[in-house]
Design a protein around this ligand. Structure first.
Ligand code: AAO
Length: 477
């Protein structure tokens, strides 16, 4: 439950928000596997309500546990999981079982089932009103009982202490395990009782060994619990059960790289900042909620819309040995309800790909930005090394080594960084994997000469596209 079950040498998953299963399968083979990504968090897989104008959030309103959504059907899902596992990329499903859909009668879901959410009737599961908590609204996050037993934004609140409900949830999750998934993001875990969750998690099957998992492997569980402090429910109530989303990491890294705190303070990044212990902390710069003002973190959150600082924040997260890291991969949006790009208002459109690896067709694909995927590679290469030779200029220029395998420098000051620093690397010429990459025996970006004493002249001018420079042993020319 605490181990992501990654293939060896891989460290980081990507959330391919609203992607279709066929497109994810191809992405595993063409890009994620080769670039060293460890896994994909996929959007909810089970049948959801069809909402007007098809907002992204309709997928958080379940109608049944049939595996048909706008991303594809069960066969396409199963095929994706197999193809991704074959290239060493694991699949994690965003599972929504705190609640069912909110309103309406005789509504039709994405698999064609009908339901009457208004009267808590979901025949395709089936659930009826006795499977739910009584109707009441969550409006006070200082009341734990209300947060767990009332309705989050009006969504009909399932009673997870009810054995029928437990069985239906287990059937759903165990089916996904049989199809080869490696684990789950548990949506709205804060709104469920840790005791009930424990009962459910304990009855999950081991992972499917036909998909390459070791005998006895437990599904990885990362739970969505928003805790920035000051509420009745604490993230620590969930750490015995699995890993927990660390929203304080998201808010803090955004605040720092937006200039709200100096980079030199990052020297003790981790529990000293109020974060969960590293092995319990699921970390990210932004997620599908807070990139659009839902969830938590408000205006501190950095997104693709602030590209330079966003890339710096992701580079720091990936360079620093803390937490289990996830990259966000978005579609472009102006309106916070807006759903993914479609071909006709309903069917999701596939991303298109440009020669420089970037995406088109309305897809942002942060995971295909060179500065981000090369840092995913960096995190893989330097894993099992420590931070050493921390340097800062007393302000917003910092640098550190990861053992003798990698070196990274940041400049968030409004003046140039140009100085001699210890890189901890063997002597030679290295390619900066941020401004370019190694191509045969040349570098498409900046080259750095490391002397026999490990020192090198490091330069990041204030007006460069990227405020980061990163070197590692595999980028030696
Ligand atoms: C939609 C419509 C609603 C409508 C509803 C029913 O938007 O208007 O009432 O349908 O018809 C997503 C969307 C929702 C959408 C829903 C269902 O975000 O807008 O509702 O699908 O379609 C809370 C939960 C957390 C949740 C988050 C959005 O604790 O679990 O709200 N995230 C997950 C998913 C999310 C999804 C759902 C859950 C539901 O990731 O995509 O919703 O499946 C405080 C609390 C947090 C709370 C936030 C927001 O945060 O601590 O627990 O999150 O408030 O309510 C500062 C504070 C911070 C505070 C924050 C905001 O930052 O420090 O603690 O301010 O006040």
């Amino acid at each position: 439950q605490f181990d992501p079950n990654y293939a060896s040498g891989r460290t980081t998953m990507v959330h391919l928000f609203e992607w279709k299963w066929d497109d994810i399968a191809a992405e595993c083979e063409n890009f994620l596997g080769p670039k060293g990504y460890a896994g994909v968090q996929v959007s909810p897989v089970n049948e959801n309500i069809v909402a007007n104008n098809r907002p992204w959030w309709e997928r958080y309103q379940p109608i049944s546990y049939l595996l048909t959504t706008r991303s594809g059907n069960e066969q396409q899902f199963a095929n994706m999981v197999r193809r991704c596992n074959n290239v060493g990329v694991r699949i994690y499903v965003d599972v929504v079982f705190n609640h069912m859909a909110a309103d309406g009668s005789n509504v039709r879901g994405t698999a064609g089932s009908t339901a009457n959410p208004g009267s808590k009737n979901f025949p395709a599961v089936p659930y009826s009103s006795t499977d739910f908590h009584a109707t009441c609204a969550i409006n006070n996050y200082n009341d734990a009982n209300q947060v767990r037993n009332c309705e989050l934004v009006g969504l009909k609140d399932l009673d997870q202490s009810n054995s029928w409900v437990q069985e239906r949830i287990l059937d759903f999750l165990n089916k996904l395990i049989s199809l080869g998934v490696a684990g789950f993001r548990v949506d709205a875990a804060k709104h469920m009782s840790p005791t009930d969750l424990k009962t459910i998690y304990n009855r999950l099957n081991n992972l499917n060994t036909e998909h390459g998992f070791a005998d006895g492997s437990r599904p990885f569980i990362f739970q969505e619990v928003i805790d920035l402090g000051g509420e009745a429910i604490s993230k620590y109530e969930y750490t015995d059960l699995g890993v927990v989303t660390e929203f304080l990491h998201s808010a803090s890294i955004g605040r720092v790289f937006r200039g709200g705190d100096q980079l030199r303070w990052l020297t003790n990044w981790g529990t000293a900042w109020g974060f969960l212990p590293s092995t319990s902390a699921f970390v990210f710069v932004d997620n599908h909620d807070n990139q659009r003002g839902h969830g938590a973190g408000g205006s501190d959150i950095l997104t693709y819309k602030n590209a330079k600082q966003y890339k710096m924040a992701n580079a720091f997260m990936l360079a620093y040995p803390f937490g289990i890291s996830r990259i966000m991969s978005s579609f472009a949006f102006d309106d916070t309800d807006q759903g993914p790009p479609t071909t006709d208002g309903n069917n999701i459109a596939s991303p298109t790909f440009n020669a420089d690896n970037s995406c088109g067709g309305g897809w942002v694909c942060e995971h295909r930005w060179r500065q981000i995927y090369n840092m995913v590679g960096f995190r893989n290469i330097v894993s099992n090394t420590n931070v050493q030779n921390w340097w800062d200029n007393g302000s917003n220029q910092i640098a550190f080594c990861r053992g003798n395998k990698g070196f990274v420098a940041f400049n968030n000051d409004n003046y140039d960084l140009n100085t001699s620093l210890q890189t901890c690397l063997p002597a030679g010429t290295y390619c900066d994997i941020i401004s370019g990459e190694k191509s045969g025996s040349t570098c498409t970006g900046k080259s750095v000469e490391v002397g026999s004493d490990g020192r090198a002249n490091i330069s990041i001018s204030q007006n460069e596209d990227d405020g980061v420079l990163a070197l590692h042993v595999e980028a030696k020319l």
